[in-house]
Design a protein around this ligand. Structure first.
Ligand code: NAP
Length: 259
């Protein structure tokens, strides 16, 4: 089956106003999909929509805070007339540094976006995809989602949630013709680092990460999207889990701010 037949005609992409989500949206458009672009910054979504429209695609902008009450219901309302074949949930953010340096409300906002909205969106879009008997859901985890990570403990826990959820759903959805994939980027050059108060020496290009995601929508494994991620996984693969926690903790200490 052709890509657009399987995952089109419409794809919903969250986090489409910047970084990985924006790059995924551009690549899906180049493959002939029409797009629902979701994030809070309407101006950026409208600019992207105008560019993709000029290239011949259809776009719908839905400016939403996905942590808001009923945000998911609003997104469903805005897309109820469309034949959606793919959901890419790339909206997310991290918090770096000592856990207690952040007020609780920031942690809860991250939990709402990275975890709660994921469950809500899956619950909203998976039934329709299963009824069609084809399509996909792509969730964005992280290289930090495989075990505990000091100095980014809660962010890593939210991504472990995403990875585990996707692995389970993958098996449940497959007999209905739906591909649930989960993608684990390593450090990638996006707005992520500023919001997370982290810094990284080297980072992958979001377009190359997005290319990997789009090519591996049917993958049954957790997809490592870049060579840095591979390197990090490989270099710690023989170590026991407790040691991996400490090694990655040393790396994260250098990437985060400490008073
Ligand atoms: N960059 C990395 O190194 C890296 C590594 C591993 C995993 N990831 C994951 O990759 C995903 C994409 O992040 P990125 O790197 O592309 O960072 P980014 O450039 O900061 O993009 C984050 C996206 O999420 C949207 N967003 C944030 N809060 C939102 C909210 N409350 N409601 C709706 N949309 C919201 C942002 O748009 P608005 O601000 O306009 O709402 C933006 O489009 C995230 O899940 C992140 O955890 C990133």
């Amino acid at each position: 089956m052709q890509f657009a037949q399987r995952f089109g005609p419409w794809a919903v992409v969250t986090g489409a106003s910047s970084g990985i989500g924006e790059a995924v949206a551009r690549q899906l458009a180049s493959k002939g999909l029409d797009l629902v672009l979701v994030a809070r910054r309407a101006d950026r979504l409208s600019a992207l929509s105008a560019q993709l429209h000029a290239q011949g695609g259809q776009c719908r902008v839905v400016a939403l805070d996905l942590t808001g009450d009923a945000a998911c219901e609003q997104l469903v309302e805005h897309t109820s007339d469309l034949d959606v074949g793919l959901l890419v949930h790339a909206a997310g953010f991290g918090l770096g540094g000592p856990h207690l340096d952040r007020p609780l409300h920031q942690h809860l906002e991250m939990l709402d976006l990275n975890c709660r909205s994921t469950v809500e969106l899956v619950h909203a879009f998976l039934p329709g995809l299963q009824r069609r008997g084809r399509g996909g859901i792509a969730l964005v985890g992280s290289i930090l989602g495989f075990h505990g990570v000091p100095w980014s403990a809660h962010y890593a826990a939210t991504k472990a949630f995403v990875v585990s959820l996707a692995e389970g759903l993958q098996v449940e959805a497959a007999p209905h013709g739906v591909d649930v994939s989960v993608h684990a980027p390593g450090p990638t050059r996006t707005g992520f680092f500023e919001r997370a108060s982290m810094q990284a020496g080297s980072a992958a290009d979001p377009h190359s990460v997005a290319g990997h995601i789009v090519r591996r929508l049917r993958s049954r494994r957790v997809v490592l999207t870049d060579w840095l991620g591979w390197l990090i996984r490989l270099s710690t693969s023989t170590a026991p889990r407790w040691l991996r926690v400490r090694i990655v903790g040393q790396v994260m200490r250098g990437m985060t701010h400490h008073r």
